[in-house]
Structure formats: C-alpha cells, structure tokens
Design a protein around this ligand. Structure first.
Ligand code: MRU
Length: 363
C-alpha cells in the first residue's frame, strides 16, 4: 500500500523521516524500510510504542536516523491527554518515554545522544507552559534533524576529496539517505563525488542477514544513477583480488575514544580483507556517532537479534528447526585497520585516541 504523500517520492526528494503537524497533534512520518525496495510506503507514528517498534524492527534504521526518530518520539511521549496536565507532568512522561526508547536498540550511540539532548532541553524549559514546552521539544527534535542534514553534506564534501576518478568503491550495509535525515554518511562521499563528475563504480555488499545493502544501498545508488554492482558478502575477497576495488567506505554506529568503530556485522571482515589487499578503508560518521565515554571498542554493546532473521530469511525456512543460531547485528573494526574517519569537520588520520580527541575538541 502506498501513501500518495510520501510513497510516490523518490530520491533525492524523498524524506526518510519527518514530523508532520504541530507539537500537540502532529506525528512522526517515516518510510517503512522493511518494505524497500519493492514498496515505498510511509507510516505514521502517533505513539511512543509505534516509534519504539519502528526502531526495533528496523522500519527506521541507521544510527543517525534512529536518533532522530527517538527525538521525535520524545515529543510524542511528552504529550498528555489530560487538559489540566502541568509542564511537570509532561516532563515526567518525557522521561518515561526516553527510558523506554533507550531499550529499543543498544549499539548506535546516536539514539542515546539524541534522547539525552532532548531531556537536557526539557530541564531548561520547565518554566514554560505545557504547550510552549512541547513546542520547545519539537523545535529541538527538528534541530537535530536539520543538523544531521548539514553534517551529512559536509561529510560528503570531505569524503569526495579522497575519491579518485575511475575508482571502484566497496560499501557495506546502508549508510545513505535512508540511514540519516538525508544524504547519508558513507554514501554521501560517493554522492558528492558523483555530483562533481568523478566517474566511479560502487560495489555493494548485500549485507546478510537483513540485506540492507541489496535492498537499500543498491536502491539509493540506482535512484541517483550511480553505477553500482551488487555482490554477496562472501565475494568481497575475490573482487578485491581481481583489482576491482580501490577504496572501502562504510558508516558507523558508535566510535570509541580511540577510533574503534562499530558498524553492521561483516564490516570488520571487510576491513581485514582491505588490509590484506592494501586497500584504504574509511569510516564516515558525524560527531553524534562518537562515544568518548568509552576508551575503546570492547565497551560497545553489540545487539543480538532474533535467530529467525537467519533461519527464516524473509519468510522462507532456510535452516533446520532447532539449529543453534548466533546473530550479532554489529562488529567492531579496530582503529588500526581504519585509514581515516571522515567527519563533518574533516578527516581524522591517523586514527588513534590523540587524533580523535584533537578533532572532536575543535567541533
Ligand atoms: O541495523 P542497521 O541497519 O540499523 O545498521 C546500520 C548500519 O550499520 C549503518 O552502517 C550505520 O548505522 C551507519 S548509518 C549512517
């Protein structure tokens, strides 16, 4: 089923997620990414539970996008049906909503960063009337989305500068417009290079088990007319050995103080392969993806997902009943395998605690 308002939009005009209406009665509208690429359909989230569910089952996914969704979820959570409710009541509800939304997915730090930011703003707005309080929260959620748009454009500009004409670029998972407010992080570098007329060829890992590469990245690249070739994850080594890949660019869900970077499961393997083939490996991410409270990647919580994602891929039974399954959704690439981290303020290179700290202090 297609929503004529959003469903018909295609890149670059589509909105991954946006608020519609005012703070008191509006809702979060988002593209249901579980249906892509066959359906471009939006859903309306009117309750905290629908936002939580959308994050949990990956209707909205990608680190920056789930942070933005949670910020709008905080606005919804702060609303109270009682006409006589006070601002303190709204604040209490906001805190409950934030606590609930924090349980949706553990790895992407953007989720926690965005909720913390909403709560800080709320504390400073307690003197306002309930309506003005909600307006302030909505303004902040919209600001988080707007800032993400700007950061992605900057990441794209910086990332494009490392791409040479004629290169083959491998990416893993989806770090495009669908994973952010707009334009993406890893894909932003590719979009920006393409817009500058730099010829390139993108190799897209399909990204087992949920196929974000095949379903989302391949779709985004196609929408923009960028030459793209889909490969199974287990083909990357062969494609590298054949000399088809000159650069790897991926996104991140959480980057520790020393530059270790969590991203979609399989990314670490790609980084090891890139090192073995002497291919530079880049991580593209905004400052909201850094978690300086943890010294290294061993502290990053790795989400374990439903075994059915592996045993019942997209509805088909693909494994014998009762088989044990391990399904971590992310892995951590050690800093020493990362050539540079591309941020909205430029490249972090080499990647280590001192250079991460130096760059983030400038932000
Ligand atoms: O499980 P997902 O689809 O949310 O995983 C997303 C990724 O791993 C992305 O590469 C990452 O969030 C970067 S998004 C700009």
């Amino acid at each position: 089923m297609s929503d004529p308002g959003i469903g018909s939009l295609t890149l670059p005009g589509f909105q991954t997620l946006e608020w519609k209406g005012d703070a008191r009665t509006g809702h979060l509208s988002l593209i249901d990414q579980t249906l892509l690429p066959s359906e471009t359909t939006s859903i309306a989230c009117q309750t905290v539970d629908t936002v939580w569910e959308a994050i949990k089952v990956l209707r909205v996914r990608g680190a920056p996008a789930i942070g933005i969704a949670a910020a709008f979820g905080c606005v919804i959570g702060a609303r109270t049906p009682a006409a006589a409710a006070s601002t303190a009541d709204c604040f209490k509800q906001l805190k409950q909503a934030g606590d609930h939304l924090r349980t949706s997915r553990p790895t992407a730090v953007n989720l926690f960063w965005a909720i913390d930011r909403m709560e800080r703003v709320a504390v400073l707005a307690l003197e306002l009337s309930p309506d003005a309080f909600l307006d302030r929260l909505l303004a902040e959620a919209n600001a988080i989305a707007d800032e993400d748009r700007h950061m992605c454009r900057s990441i794209g500009r910086h990332g494009a500068s490392v791409i040479q004409a004629g290169e083959g670029i491998l990416t893993h998972c989806n770090a495009g417009g669908l994973a952010t407010a707009d334009y993406g992080t890893a894909l932003a570098c590719i979009f920006s290079a393409h817009e500058q007329g730099i010829p390139l060829q993108v190799f897209v890992d399909e990204t087992r088990p949920l196929l974000q590469g095949a379903r989302l990245t391949a779709w985004e690249l196609q929408q923009r007319g960028i030459p793209a070739t889909l490969i199974c994850d287990n083909m990357a080594a062969q494609v590298m050995r054949e000399g088809r890949i000159q650069r790897v660019i991926v996104g991140a869900d959480r980057i520790a103080a020393n530059g270790d970077a969590a991203n979609k499961i399989g990314t670490y393997g790609v980084a090891v392969l890139a090192r073995a083939h002497n291919i530079p490996f880049y991580v593209a991410a905004p400052s909201s993806t850094f978690d300086l409270s943890i010294p290294d990647g061993s502290h990053i919580p790795i989400e374990l997902r439903d075994p059915k994602e592996i045993t019942h891929g997209f509805g088909r039974v693909t494994a014998p009943a009762g088989i044990a399954v391990y399904n971590p959704a992310f892995d951590v690439t050690p800093a020493e395998l990362i050539t540079a981290i591309i941020t909205e303020h430029g490249l972090i290179q080499p990647v280590n605690t001192a250079s991460v700290q130096a760059r983030l202090q400038q932000l």
